[in-house]
Design a binder for this molecule. Structure first.
Ligand code: AMP
Ligand code: ZN
Length: 482
């Protein structure tokens, strides 16, 4: 089955065919670096990282670009408040962003361009738009995009701006526009911009870029005038992405992006996450409450990226349990003795199961990244492994069969990433802990059925892995030797 994505541009699921065979250029709108990202922002970055991981799983070479918006109203306001230069204000937020990415296992993009490094490219695009009569300078030195000159405006978001009458003047800081619908490309300098060093010289005078032009410039500079995938949160469809298209296509006359992918919002206990209401968590808040990065990843995967996801502590608990189970099974399989020729008791059955699981996993992900169905396949793999190990008892498993199953865990986790992610706050590896719990339960069961030989064998297994078991009045307690 071919890979298919839901393309916001056509409102249809479409087969994904990149511009150059085997290669994908992908851009996602990154964060505005004026605060640590909240867990909703992180869901969106997780989503674009998952797209990229899955494209790589499918064998594509991906150039993945995620920008950093390091000049806009909010960053300038922040720098002003703290009395520092813009770059000194944004740098700590960039550092903390990458720390969060690392902790949550969101891979770095191939390139994280900063808007402030691409002002020259922005000026070029604005100049081209001016030459084509699509941009115009106002008396104060701001430059606007003339929406009336771009016939395709509204194609992505399907907004109908005809109700806003042309030529209508609007109040406040927008009075320089010729048309209420026009948006700003370049903003004439204000004293506070000078104060924090957010100013550049241009043919239209000193000033700073509008937000939308930043993304057009970085995306086209890094990926070319036409590229494959542009991703972001649903709130960016209008006006941000609509304006990116208008600017880029207005300047080049070529299609800008072929597939537009948008991730839905994360809700917090049923409500919209908003800084204004304080209804918000960042990663550190959650880690301080004992939430594990692996549980967050798992929870994100339970919902389709185009569905709203409700973030609750109860759901996180359930996710933690699911991760524990799968990690435990993988550890049990790793620890199980294997042999190249395990003898007559062995009838390799996992190979076929594993092939079927991987093929259904791929089918689910091919269908516009149906992660919840794909997750069920990982559970099926764990179930098959558990069954097999039960059937084998103390007998060794064939080495080839063991490796086929371990490889499947690894392949699936190259996309999901919750088995590999380090749950840093825990001092004991969770996979090991789950395996120990399971073995101790099996030992208790053996003792209850007076199978002392089996119980002793399990204790020996535990000792071999450095686990010390102590039988207390409250039941067995375990710790790591050393
Ligand atoms: P910002 O740093 O505000 O530019 O936002 C960065 C990204 O986070 C954008 O792609 C937004 O669409 C996305 N975003 C903001 N709030 C949420 C939320 N509650 N859930 C998911 N994504 C969000
Ligand atoms: Zn953007």
């Amino acid at each position: 089955m071919p890979l298919r994505f839901y393309n916001t541009l056509t409102r249809r699921e479409e087969e994904f065919v990149p511009l150059s065979a085997g290669q994908v250029g992908m851009y996602t709108c990154g964060p505005t670096v004026y605060a640590p990202p909240h867990i909703g922002n992180l869901r969106t970055f997780f989503f674009s990282d998952t797209v990229r991981r899955y494209l790589e799983f499918r064998g594509y070479r991906v150039k993945f670009v995620m920008n950093l918006t390091d000049v806009d109203d909010k960053t300038i306001r922040g720098a002003l408040r703290e009395g520092v230069q813009l770059g000194d204000y944004t740098q700590p937020f960039i550092d903390s962003l990458f720390r969060d990415f690392d902790r949550l296992g969101i891979r770095r993009a191939d390139k994280h361009p900063r808007a402030t490094d691409y002002v020259g490219q922005m000026v070029d695009i604005i100049r081209r738009l001016e030459e084509r009569g699509i941009a115009y300078a106002a008396d104060d030195g701001s430059v606007y995009y003339s929406i009336g000159k771009f016939a395709d405006y509204g194609r992505l978001s399907k907004v109908d701006l005809s109700s806003a009458r042309r030529g209508e003047r609007v109040a406040a800081d927008e009075y320089e526009k010729e048309d209420v619908r026009d948006f700003v490309l370049w903003k004439a300098v204000k004293p506070e911009d000078e104060q924090v060093g957010a100013v550049w010289d241009t043919p239209w005078g000193r000033g700073r870029p509008g937000w939308h032009i930043e993304c057009s410039a970085m995306a086209m500079d890094e990926l070319g005038e036409t590229f494959d995938i542009h991703a972001g949160g649903v709130d960016l469809i209008f006006p941000h992405h609509e304006d990116e298209i208008a600017q880029s296509e207005g300047a080049t006359g070529k299609p800008f992006v072929r597939y537009w992918l948008h991730g839905e919002f994360l809700l917090l206990e049923g409500d919209k996450m908003a800084k204004s209401t304080g209804n918000i968590f960042n990663l550190q808040d959650l880690i301080d409450r004992g939430v594990k990065p692996s549980s967050i990843r798992y929870l994100f995967l339970t919902a389709h990226y185009r569905s709203k996801l409700n973030f609750t502590f109860a759901a996180l608990e359930a996710s933690a349990e699911a991760v524990r189970r799968i990690r435990g099974t993988r550890e049990r399989l790793k620890a199980h003795p294997d042999a190249r020729d395990p003898g007559p008791h062995d009838q390799p059955v996992l190979h076929e199961t594993v092939d079927g699981i991987l093929s259904r996993f791929t089918d689910a992900m091919d269908a516009d990244l149906n992660t919840s169905v794909a997750l069920a396949e990982l559970h099926a793999l764990a179930g098959a492994v558990n069954q097999r190990l039960e059937a084998l008892g103390a007998n060794p498993i064939s080495t080839a069969e063991k490796h086929a199953a371990l490889d499947a865990f690894g392949r699936i986790d190259s996309v999901f990433g919750f088995l590999a992610v380090a749950d840093a706050e825990s001092t004991v590896d969770e996979g090991l802990a789950a395996w120990v719990e399971e073995r101790i339960a099996a030992r208790q069961a053996a003792r209850q059925s007076r199978d002392f030989a089996a119980a002793d064998a399990i204790r020996a297994e535990l000792t071999e892995r450095g686990v010390v078991v102590e039988d207390t009045a409250q039941g067995p307690r375990w710790s790591l030797a050393g």
